[in-house]
Design a protein around this ligand. Structure first.
Ligand code: COA
Length: 374
């Protein structure tokens, strides 16, 4: 058996930023347009008018200030309200592959590795741009990696579940090194026309290189332990899928073909699940909260993270102990905790311990306990 370690990470950040002010302006223009179009039905009481969104609400309810997206022209156009991406031929890399390559190159460079050292690519994300062939196999080909690749989807927990799968394969010796890559185009599944959630998501790609600890070229994080759990819930759901055209009204512009959530219930049910999961994981590894130097949490909501941090540490986290990036990136699904890890981990001292945790639809929760070696 080998000991797995994270030796490199990379973050691809799209060029386009949308501020809350821009987002709210576009949403309100759309709401006004719909209310004008439906004036008679609204006057007769048949439908409710759409209400305006507000910057104050968004910041207070979520902590989000900006989000990056692959396209902002469509999202901010009240006549469109979704991203507009150019058609690609089947002979060129897909958009997820393009984002993933940037993140993978950065992770490999940080680890001082090349594609020849890697045997496995896992593309772990909430959505995949096509049914098949797997995006991971395309990334593998573009990087020039021998071995194999596969896609997996555990929604917001995809990265930690992918890290567990990769770490287990490195541990057993079936692969020498693995890239777990999370290209998340959340702007594609977000319902930008729904004020309850239009502010939630952003786009990004992250990559994590996992290899045998004895092969590490530089500072790295030993993977001490991983743990994954799932519990079925309909409170975060998206009904889009390959049977869409087979179902009555399946091809209509239906609300349930984009991200839907019962935000309040998610809040109430996921918080105890995650706090207990982390507590149990630490206890079974003999790790006290006082041993934990850093918490890199899933980035969905600031209040949620403050609560989990307090529960896990038994006190309010000190500044920097539980870094948030959601104010800049919004919720980037599985990539959020890896962005936080990638940006706020290299100051840890030899032997210090931290925990990566992601959670979300499924419900799902995954945690990875790591130890720094300089
Ligand atoms: N602008 C202004 N007001 C808004 C609004 C907006 N964009 N969106 C909703 N509101 C209103 C609501 O209509 C509601 O009004 P009411 O009290 O008159 O009914 C009020 O603000 C409160 O809305 P609510 O949805 O209860 O807010 P919240 O405090 O629960 O915050 C979330 C909403 C989504 C930020 C929060 O529930 C959350 O983060 N949940 C967990 C999300 C999560 O982790 N999801 C995982 C996804 S992977």
């Amino acid at each position: 058996m080998y000991t797995p370690a994270i030796t490199g990470t990379g973050v691809f950040t799209p060029e386009n930023v949308i501020t809350n002010a821009e987002l709210v302006k576009a949403f309100n223009a759309y709401a006004d347009k719909m209310n004008t179009a439906n004036a008679d039905a609204i006057a007769s009481g048949d439908i409710e008018p759409m209400q305006h969104s507000s910057e104050e609400f968004i910041l207070k309810a979520s902590g989000i200030e900006n989000r990056y997206v692959m396209d902002k022209t469509g999202v901010l156009n009240p006549d469109v309200m979704h991203p507009l991406l150019r058609q690609r031929s089947d002979d060129e890399p897909g958009i997820m592959t393009e984002m993933a390559l940037d993140a993978c190159h950065k992770a490999l460079a940080q680890a001082g590795r090349s594609a020849a050292d890697v045997d496995l690519v896992i593309c772990a994300a909430s959505n995949h741009e096509r049914a098949y062939p797997a995006v991971a196999v395309e990334i593998q080909q573009e990087l020039g990696i021998a071995g194999f690749g596969f896609d997996m989807n555990v929604a917001c927990s995809s990265a930690t579940f992918g890290i567990q799968a990769a770490a287990d394969m490195v541990r057993s010796g079936s692969v020498r090194a693995a890239l777990v890559v999370n290209p998340e185009i959340c702007s594609g599944h977000l319902e930008w026309r729904d004020r309850d959630c239009h502010f939630i998501f952003g786009d990004v790609a992250t990559a994590t290189l996992i290899e045998r600890i004895e092969d590490a070229n530089g500072p790295h994080f030993e993977i001490l332990s991983t743990r994954c759990a799932t519990e079925f819930s309909n409170n975060i759901r998206n009904n889009n899928g390959f049977l869409r055209r087979a179902r009555p009204d399946g091809l209509k512009d239906r609300r349930d073909m984009q991200f839907m959530q019962n935000g309040r219930k998610v809040f109430k049910e996921v918080l105890p699940m995650v706090s207990k999961h982390i507590g149990d994981h630490m206890e079974s590894e003999g790790i006290e909260s006082s041993d934990l130097k850093r918490l890199w949490l899933h980035q969905a909501n600031k209040t949620m993270n403050d609560f989990i941090g307090k529960k896990v540490l038994g006190r309010a986290p000190e500044p920097g102990e539980q870094p948030n990036i959601l104010q800049d990136y919004a919720n980037t699904s599985s990539a959020g905790s890896i962005i936080a890890f990638s940006k706020y981990s290299d100051d840890l001292n030899e032997g210090e311990i931290g925990l990566i945790c992601s959670f979300g639809a499924g419900y799902s929760v995954g945690s990875v306990i790591v130890k720094r070696h300089n």
